[in-house]
Ligand binder design. Structure first.
Ligand SMILES: Nc1ncnc2c1ncn2[C@@H]1O[C@H](COP(=O)(O)OP(=O)(O)OP(=O)(O)O)[C@@H](O)[C@H]1O
Ligand SMILES: [Mg+2]
Length: 262
């Protein structure tokens, strides 16, 4: 049975799919047997991010209602045969796939993988609850603003009611200069406030969106700092002691530049 990481967020659009597809490619390049389950029923996107959208024949919905075998729906990545994707259905609602079927699929996928990544839908609705198996390790991703942090806190509170591994935190779209200027709190302070172990910090980078336009993952966006951040997150999730970059506020910048543009 491999490790199962459920990449989730309280607020939508904060980088779950960006992170899960990048981690999937990273771990696969390390030689691990990786499965990415796109759990965003009705709004799949991992196939586009991995550029395999034209190859999808069956999806999670077909496996759940037994229209096909699990192995028929698993789509191998053309360049990385040890990375497979189970795409989300496009025409179903989260409540159409029952918890029992989801548990069965997750267990079967985890048995055949070293790493199973679950790209969760946003928020704390039915779609997420169905993905919260007993063994999935929750990874909450948030951006460093109060709106997103509050939603992350709510999600963590929901998770704390369950007998599951403690959630860890990834902060995304962090601008180091804004931290130094005191416009946003330092990542370690946010993690401390949320009482979650910090797995990594992904910088804001226009190259990530440009990579999305090319159907490439953030890992391959051409920004070395983004690739380094993914590497740190991948290592820390597996228990390695990869150091986090320093993001400290600067009293000088804080005094002179408060409110200024980056
Ligand atoms: N660090 C970053 N810098 C710049 N843009 C980013 C960064 N991370 C993600 N983005 C962009 O933000 C958008 C949303 O990312 P993504 O789809 O991964 O979020 P999500 O949490 O999966 O969204 P949803 O809740 O809809 O599933 C994408 O256009 C992506 O390219
Ligand atoms: Mg997504």
């Amino acid at each position: 049975m491999g490790r199962i990481f459920s990449i989730m967020s309280g607020k939508g659009g904060v980088g779950k799919s960006t992170l899960s597809t990048s981690l999937a490619v990273y771990y696969a390049r390390m030689g691990k047997q990786v499965t990415l389950l796109d759990g965003d029923i009705g709004q799949r996107c991992a196939d586009l991010m991995l550029n395999v959208q034209d190859r999808v024949v069956y999806d999670l919905g077909d496996v759940a209602d037994k229209s096909c075998e699990l192995k028929e729906a698993l789509l191998p990545h053309p360049a990385l045969p040890n990375l497979t994707l189970l795409a989300a259905p496009q025409m179903l609602a989260p409540s159409d796939v029952k918890r029992k079927a989801m548990d069965r699929i997750i267990t079967n996928l985890a048995e055949a993988s070293d790493i199973l990544l679950l790209d969760a839908p946003a928020g704390i609705g039915k779609g997420l609850k169905n993905l919260l198996g007993e063994t999935a390790e929750p990874v909450i991703i948030a951006t460093p603003d109060d709106v997103c942090i509050r939603d992350a806190e709510r999600l963590a509170a929901l998770l704390s009611q369950r007998e599951e591994p403690r959630p860890s935190l990834v902060l995304n779209r962090v601008r180091p200069l804004w931290v130094r200027r005191g416009l946003v709190a330092p990542p370690d302070q946010i993690a401390l406030t949320l009482d979650m172990p910090l797995m990594g910090v992904i910088p804001e980078s226009a190259k990530i969106y440009k990579a999305l336009l090319r159907h490439e993952t953030a890992l391959d966006c051409g920004d070395k700092k983004v690739a380094a951040a993914v590497e740190v997150i991948a290592a820390r999730l597996l228990g390695a002691d990869a150091p986090l970059p320093e993001y400290a506020p600067s009293p000088m910048l804080r005094f002179f530049n408060r409110g200024g543009e980056a």
